[in-house]
Ligand binder design. Structure first.
Ligand code: HEM
Length: 308
């Protein structure tokens, strides 16, 4: 006990503080509770349905759960993409975490696909336009942290990339512009306009920071030093596949469940040509292309059987 008191005294003296003040403070602080620490009351006060349909609460809570899990993904990515190049064991361990978080999202999507009444969904969705999950910025931050911007431009449009192009110009070529940008008229949907007004500057700032530090380049740097293990490669492949194929496929399946398909298709709240836009075989987002064979890249997103 005496040694502990001396360490505490030493800590505060080094900070130029009087240790006695802090020890006296301890006498008065309340013991910590679960609800204060986890902020349960705040968390449970954040659901504000716009209609009285009970399943709208399922819809809101599941989106919020997704955003929290995406926060965990970004938390790991922040550590992997800033500071010195991580040791391979750390890289491997954190990539395994990325796989777990992303699997959680992909496997739990049945909560959306099977867990709401279609009748209720078709009613409450009318009160949500023009908002769309498309406007989830965390998905975009994750992409920008994982791979160079060029990989987020569809292969058929990459020839338009010119030396000296500004970040803003490159952003106009990104795959996600296809959800709301009419390239012939130059018009953007309200959903896309609002999204860019709110987030584009922060996307560009992150893309600039990631130009030399994204996860793909960091993996390549490790591999160049002969440190790229099989375990790391297979974890990165699994993460790439789960984030860019498995999740988009269950999400697309859910859009079919609620919005129909073909001639029976209903317009989405974000107004995209969603049936084509959302399919991973059209988007061809691949974070770590050198980890896939030419054949695998060519058939990206076509069949679940190509899973790693
Ligand atoms: C009933 C459930 C859902 C349906 C029917 C649905 C439908 C759609 C549709 C049609 C789009 C295309 C954009 C548009 O025109 O609005 C879209 C985009 C998107 N949604 Fe959902 N969605 C559902 C649930 C979710 C959930 C739970 C999330 C998690 C946050 C989410 C995240 C996204 C994202 C990130 C995009 C953009 C995808 C991309 O750019 O590739 N969606 N959604």
């Amino acid at each position: 006990m005496q040694a502990l008191l001396e360490q505490i005294e030493d800590k505060y003296r080094r900070l130029g503080q009087d240790p006695e003040t802090y020890l006296k403070g301890l006498l008065h602080t309340r013991p910590l509770t679960y609800w204060d620490y986890i902020q349960v009351d705040t968390l449970l006060s954040l659901q504000h349905p716009r209609t009285d349909f009970p399943d709208e609460v399922v819809f809101i809570v599941y989106h919020q759960v997704t955003e929290l899990v995406l926060k965990l993904v970004r938390h790991e990515l922040d550590q992997l993409t800033t500071g010195p190049l991580p040791e391979v064991a750390v890289f491997e361990e954190k990539t395994q975490r990325l796989v777990r978080y992303t699997r959680l999202l992909s496997m739990s999507f049945s909560i959306m696909n099977q867990g709401m009444s279609r009748e209720e969904y078709s009613q409450f969705r009318l009160a949500l336009a023009p908002a769309s999950g498309f406007q989830s910025a965390q998905f975009r931050y994750i992409e920008l942290q994982c791979t160079p911007l060029e990989h987020l431009i569809p292969p058929q449009r990459r020839s338009a990339i010119r030396a000296g192009m500004s970040m803003w110009e490159k952003f106009q070529l990104l795959y996600w512009q296809d959800a709301g940008y009419d390239r012939t008229t130059g018009a953007k949907s309200l959903t896309l306009q609002q999204f860019e007004d709110h987030y584009l500057n922060s996307f560009i700032e992150l893309a600039q920071r990631m130009e030399r530090n994204n996860l793909y380049l960091r993996y390549l740097a490790l591999a160049e030093q002969g440190k790229g293990t099989d375990a790391l490669r297979s974890a990165l492949r699994l993460f790439d596949y789960t984030f860019n194929v498995s999740w988009p496929l269950v999400h697309l399946q859910t859009a079919h469940t609620y919005l129909g398909s073909g001639h029976e298709q209903t317009a989405a709240t974000g107004g995209s040509h969603w049936e084509e836009y959302l399919h991973p075989k059209h988007q061809k987002r691949i974070f770590f292309p050198c980890l896939w064979s030419e054949e695998e890249r060519a058939h990206w997103g076509e069949v679940e059987a190509t899973s790693p």
